[in-house]
Write a protein that binds this ligand. Structure first.
Ligand code: ATP
Length: 862
């Protein structure tokens, strides 16, 4: 079948109309790569059923069914256990589904965008909205959104490593190769979906989208790479495995022990062994980590931090050093010219209402001509530095266009962060030509006598010490039209003067730096700006303190790695740094064993973002390349958001620890209770159905809601979590031991009380009392566990979802213990009011003891 011709565009300026967009989308499909073959619900069900817990449970169902048939044991047991299997599987499926959904929503939020020309205007759209026939403009830092043919370009270089494995970017042309190329790398007149623009600009017409693109053809391959588990997930899987082993061994032990003591028939004993194994397997643990992570990343997204790799949530909690860009992250990126100095005059303060002096106007003419920003009512374009220049002109009823009338521009060398200058060439009315270079003072190609140099540096430092960004301008006149390209003309320039721009710190930055400090995190500033300016702002924000080092890129070049390693912890400001310097800074900190987060926005920042433990890209100003290399995207470019994300990282980690503490200790207590009781010669106090009900209702469900716990007030007053810290350190292990001991003693005592003291060897009464105390007790003691601070009414009320889940679980347990048919299904008996009272009072004992233990520990800590 011939493929239909796409609706073509009339020309490169107009692009498709909205009707053509819909038509082409209809014909050629959307620009999406199908996810790895989605697991069907049946497959998921199969996976759930083949989990170790489900297998043991299924074995129990089969066993009880066999007993029902062969020994006339009744069908209650297989039905009850069967229902618990179903409940378990349903909860598992639901939790997994909601975690997946929230992670998918997050992926959509970090979807790259593309610049498309449609209906004559340029629009930024999500790459999934790109259709065949679209005109796409490509800029350095963009991700190519689809496959297409290049129609116009200027020094366009594209990194095609994702398709070809070739790490060197390919220089593109608009000319098709003469022979038919057999590899992607040779198709130099085409751009391919998923590749990255490293340099230059270009325009392409989209020829293929989605699975029809070259990357679509290998999408299956890309998808099949397994998702990595996070460190915490791996540790918990290991813990679950160990617990499962212990559970199975104890199950077998109980079976042999009861058979040996002739405490019932073999089948019953087998059943008890199996149910103990089920009860003690912490099947909810790994799920709880996934849920905690997914709930946590959703909360982070609401606070403008989009996590791209789940692993980094845990790493965030361990961050020791944050290396942050200055402009726009720590500052507002709203620049205003406040001072100006034209050479050989006096420095002037700029006041809005006061007219500019003649010398100032002359200086501003040079800046204006060498500026690209646009400030119109409905159209603002350009970087903050240049916008400040245009705004100043407008305030004084001047404009670039006004000056260009007498000096039209004939060529330009754009600004680059590496050179830190921008140049333009103009034709003057008198037939002469004027070259203007503006940029960082130390990068202007001017040669001056020492006395002038000193004078200039003095004024520069005066401005910079007031936290002003300083821009200089220089020029050269040619009588004839220069024949050389503009970059070769930049010499022997005459210095004209400087402007000083203020870029105020973000109001929240100072507080965030302070919070970081009390959380044991060092903030360092990294900037392309001058050292003196950077240091002045860093002092205002609280990053730079007396005695610290402010280091420039030039200093860094002189330092070898050893010197850098020695000085790194004294340095809080790095100025005029290159992307390579950023990598050295990250590595030097990592050499000290520190976990480093680093921000970045440019194409060249990608390697440093990858080298950092947490690479953070800017959502607003960042390139797609930087975003693609990052672990975290800040949608508001704000430093304070990083601190909020670190705080969430710590909370998530703490919540997982709390879930472990909550689940594992009761599982151990159940093992001790069963083994202890058999050793005392009392037989097994709890039957399979009771153990399973406690497992699902009292442990599993409340455990899930721990993931919704808010952070502890003190979390950001502690040091970062060491990245190799064991999950049992910091008192978690000892608290777990104490809790499982409390339950072992309490349950054995309540059983003995009910069976031997309150009744005459009535084991069902003992078992019912034990059931109530264990199930209700291990639900309500989630409160002392969920907060590390002493309990208050506010902390009890804080987690609504948990409170409601607990109420429902408690109601079910009370109903099971009260309503006769349910009672008998679960092997329980009617208790007297007195027995009820004792059981219900006993359920508060663990909470009270845990709270007392907490107080003692807190007092000991000081
Ligand atoms: P940060 O790294 O803190 O985000 P930045 O990215 O804004 O800072 P650069 O853009 O590399 O830093 O700017 C460094 C220097 O380049 C400035 O100090 C200024 O002197 C000069 N500069 C900035 N913008 C322009 C421009 N449009 N034209 C000429 N020079 C500029």
């Amino acid at each position: 079948m011939a493929t239909p011709e796409p609706k073509q565009t009339e020309n490169l300026e107009k692009g498709l109309t909205s009707a053509q967009v819909s038509e082409n989308r209809e014909k050629f499909g959307r620009n999406i790569l199908q996810d790895a073959k989605k697991e069907s619900i049946l497959k998921k069900l199969f996976l759930q059923l083949t989990e170790i817990t489900s297998l043991i449970l299924l074995f129990a169902v089969a066993l009880s069914a066999y007993m029902a048939i062969s020994y006339d044991g009744g069908w209650t047991k297989p039905i009850v256990i069967g229902s618990i299997v179903v409940l378990n599987v349903l909860i598992g499926l639901y939790q997994e589904h909601s975690a997946e959904k929230s992670l998918a929503a997050l992926r959509d939020m970090s979807e790259p965008t593309a610049n498309v020309i449609r209906g004559g205007t340029t629009q930024k759209i999500a790459i999934s909205d790109v259709v065949v026939g679209d005109i796409i403009t490509l800029n350095a830092g963009d991700q190519v959104p689809a496959d297409g043919e290049l129609k116009k370009l200027n020094a366009l270089n594209i990194d095609e490593a994702i398709l070809t494995g070739e790490s060197e970017p390919v220089e593109k042309t608009t000319k098709a190769p003469e022979t038919v190329p057999d590899s992607i790398g040779d198709q130099v007149n085409k751009a391919f979906s998923g590749t990255l623009v490293t340099h230059g600009t270009g325009t392409m017409i989209v020829s293929a989208v989605g699975m029809k693109t070259e990357i679509g053809k290998i999408a299956d391959l890309l998808n099949s790479t397994k998702r990595h588990k996070t460190v915490l997930q791996r540790r918990l899987s290991r813990l679950s495995l160990i617990m499962t082993f212990i559970a199975i061994v104890s199950g077998i032990f109980i079976f042999f022990l009861s058979t040996l003591h002739e405490l019932g028939n073999v089948m019953d004993n087998l059943m008890i062994g199996v149910s103990l194994a089920v009860a003690a397997v912490p099947e909810t643990l790994p799920v709880i980590v996934t849920i905690s992570l997914s709930v946590g990343v959703q909360n982070m997204a609401k606070r403008n931090a989009i996590i791209r790799r789940l692993n980094s949530v845990e790493t965030l909690g361990s961050v020791d050093v944050i290396a942050s860009d200055k402009t726009g992250t720590l500052t507002q990126n709203k620049m205003t010219i406040t001072r100006l100095w034209s050479f050989n005059n006096r420095p002037e303060n700029i006041k809005v209402k006061h007219p500019l002096s003649d010398s100032a106007t002359k200086l501003m003419r040079l800046f204006a001509l060498d500026t690209n920003a646009v400030v119109e009512e409905d159209h603002i374009e350009g970087d903050a530095t240049e916008l400040a220049i245009i705004r100043l002109l407008h305030q004084h009823h001047l404009s670039r266009e006004h000056f260009e009338q007498d000096a039209p521009r004939i060529s330009e060398r754009p600004f680059s962060s590496e050179r830190k200058t921008m140049s333009t060439l103009h034709k003057l009315k008198n037939g002469h030509f004027l070259l203007i270079v503006k940029g960082a003072l130390d990068k202007l190609p001017i040669t001056l006598p020492d006395s002038d140099k000193q004078k200039i540096n003095k004024i520069h430092d005066e401005f910079a010490n007031d936290a002003l960004r300083v821009l200089g301008v220089a020029y050269r006149e040619f009588e004839e039209e220069p024949q050389k390209p503009i970059e070769d003309l930049e010499e022997k320039l005459t210095f004209a003067g400087i402007i000083g721009l203020i870029d105020p710190p973000r109001p929240e930055a100072k507080k965030a730096v302070r919070q970081a400090k009390s959380a044991g995190i060092k903030t360092i500033m990294i900037t392309g700006d001058h050292k003196t300016t950077a240091r002045a702002i860093a002092t205002q924000i609280g990053i730079y303190q007396k005695g610290d080092l402010a280091v420039s890129g030039a200093d860094l070049t002189k330092w070898d790695d050893k010197t850098l390693n020695q000085k790194i912890d004294k340095a809080s400001v790095f100025a005029r740094v290159s992307p390579e310097d950023k990598i050295r800074i990250v590595k030097a900190w990592q050499q000290q064993g520190k976990v480093v987060a680093m921000t970045g926005d440019g194409v060249n920042d990608a390697p440093a973002l990858k080298a950092a433990d947490v690479g953070i890209a800017m959502g607003i100003t960042g390139t797609e390349v930087a975003k693609g290399a990052s672990d975290l995207i800040l949608t508001d470019d704000n430093f304070a958001t990083i601190i909020a994300a670190v705080s969430s990282g710590r909370t998530i980690y703490q919540n997982v620890l709390k879930a472990i503490e909550f689940l594992v200790s009761v599982n151990f207590a159940q093992i001790f209770l069963m083994v202890g009781s058999v050793l005392f010669g009392w037989g097994v106090p709890l039957i399979a159905e009771q153990l399973l009900l406690i497992n699902v209702l009292a442990d599993g469900i409340p455990g899930f809601y721990l993931s919704r716990e808010q952070g502890e007030a003190g979390a950001m007053r502690q040091s970062p979590i060491p990245s190799n810290q064991s999950i049992f350190s910091n008192g978690v292990g000892s608290r777990m031991f104490i809790r499982s001991m409390i339950y072992t003693v309490l349950t054995l005592s309540i059983y003995a009380l009910g069976r031997f003291i309150l009744t005459d060897n009535n084991s069902p009464v003992g078992a019912t009392m034990l059931f109530l105390t264990l199930s209700m007790g291990s639900m309500i003691d989630i409160y002392p566990i969920k907060t590390r601070e002493p309990l208050t009414l506010a902390s009890i009320k804080s987690n609504h979802a948990l409170n409601i889940a607990l109420l429902i679980a408690a109601a079910i347990i009370v109903l099971v213990a009260l309503i006769p048919p349910l009672q008998s299904s679960f092997g329980l008996v009617q208790l007297s009011p007195f027995q009820w009272t004792i059981s219900l009072m006993a359920m508060f004992i663990p909470t009270i003891l845990l709270e007392i233990n907490k107080k003692i520990q807190l007092n000991l800590k000081g």
